[in-house]
Design a protein around this ligand. Sequence first.
Ligand code: NAI
Length: 307
Amino acid sequence: MTIRFDGQVAIVTGAGNGLGRCHALALAARGAKVVINDLGGARDGSGASSDAALAVVAEIEAAGGEAMANGANVAKFDEVQAMVEQVMAKWGRIDILVNNAGILRDKSFGKMPIEDFDLVVDVHLMGAANCTKAVWDIMKAQNYGRIVMTSSSSGIYGNFGQTNYGAAKMAVVGFMNTLCIEGEKYGIKTNCLAPTAATRMTEDIIPDQRVLDLMTPESVTAGLVALVAEDGPNRSILCAGAGGYARTVVYETDGIYLTPEEQTPENVLANWDKIDDATNQQELKAGWMQTNKFVAKAAKSLGIELG
Ligand code: NAI
């Protein structure tokens, strides 16, 4: 069945360029009214211009769709709130939020000014938090919402020169985990997208044009559209690039139990292979599940009956 968004309103942040632009075009082509948010700055976050956002709005309108441009800086809560008020006044609902806006300030950690760490966390993590906060009560009242955080393999796995970016990109995974728990009873689903695509963000990092040609934004956008569909998943990290789609999952090993007498750092190290053994590893869907697992092992070993 074709995925459609007729009657739905979507906000895509950083939609003036790259992946955000491609996501916005696809959502509009499938019937959504789309807010093209973009500060219009350079890749490092400097400067601002409305040109890119207005060009995407023109493109959507030329194709018969509906869109509005917005220049809010996602790192500033008051600007984000004003954007959401403007959208509600015009279209009266918000069904989809794609937290996509992003910048880079790459340097090895030793050489990185702390201000560059702050700024990158501000745009990626606080930008996502600001936008989500501004739409959360609206989605709760509608009993419907689809939110996507844009993560990155740099955060999930690490990448030289990207401590700031990687920290912020993994932080949004943590943000998603709890939003899923809190949003479930209100029909709000939250997922993460970990893309890899040829955009201005990657153009000088990957020098081979044949590789860049494979890494189309459109291939990533197919994954994004699936994540925000009514029947889309919840609490998933979808990795997408060059036509490849995979899910990143955090598993916890079953682990070991040490009695009170055995609980020494030497014993922890001595048992490292067993602690690391992936047999019976599990995907835990809430923090309390880890506590329950450990307490159950301890109680069983000590012969304590828990109610
Ligand atoms: P891009 O640089 O082409 O687009 C990012 C857009 O965000 C720009 O139009 C920019 O003006 C806007 N923006 C930046 N700061 C903003 C702010 N404070 N408020 C509002 N808009 C702002 O980059 P690209 O590649 O399209 O990246 C999109 C997202 O995907 C980013 O979150 C990025 O970190 C992430 N990503 C991209 C990868 C890739 O391979 N291109 C890899 C992993 C993650």
